[in-house]
Design a protein around this ligand. Structure first.
Ligand SMILES: Cc1cc2nc3c(=O)[nH]c(=O)nc-3n(C[C@H](O)[C@H](O)[C@H](O)COP(=O)(O)OP(=O)(O)OC[C@H]3O[C@@H](n4cnc5c(N)ncnc54)[C@H](O)[C@@H]3O)c2cc1C
Length: 111
């Protein structure tokens, strides 16, 4: 049986990033996810900022589009428009991106 220093519950962006930071500090980290595939079912449309993209090192191959402007529409109909590059400029398939990030950035599991 594998013994871990830390078990992170949930392989969403927060859990994966926490696991990454812990692993970089030398801890033996495992991530426990209730779903069999990371990022599925999707709970993100896939619009991510350049800052988040850089943080998770999302590969360019997963970027589907780089719009020059975005409009965020709340359920109440309120709209926030973001103009200019770099604010919210990447559309990607988020389950695929999350899976790619988790596979690349987390330590290999040992049985
Ligand atoms: C419809 C929708 C669209 C969105 N679109 C965008 C977008 O385009 N861009 C953007 O930046 N953000 C978007 N968001 C917000 C984004 O999805 C969240 O901010 C982000 O997923 C939160 O990350 P998290 O790691 O905190 O939680 P989550 O992503 O919810 O991750 C938590 C994980 O923990 C797992 N889990 C929970 N309980 C347990 C348990 N007991 N045992 C094991 N595993 C467990 C869950 O299965 C899940 O995988 C969207 C959200 C919604 C609802």
């Amino acid at each position: 049986m594998r013994t871990l220093d830390v078990a992170v519950v949930g392989a969403g962006p927060a859990g994966l990033y926490a696991a990454l930071l812990l692993a970089e500090e030398g801890f033996d980290v495992g991530v426990l996810e209730e779903h069999s595939v990371v990022g599925v079912p999707a709970h993100c449309t896939g619009v991510i900022s350049d800052e988040v993209s850089d943080l998770f090192k999302v590969p360019d191959s997963l970027v589907l589009n780089r719009p020059s402007a975005c409009a965020l529409v709340s359920p109440s109909g309120r709209t926030v428009r973001i103009d200019g590059g770099g604010c919210a400029s990447r559309f990607c398939n988020s389950p695929t991106a999350l899976t790619a990030c988790s596979e690349r950035r987390l330590p290999e599991s040992r049985s």
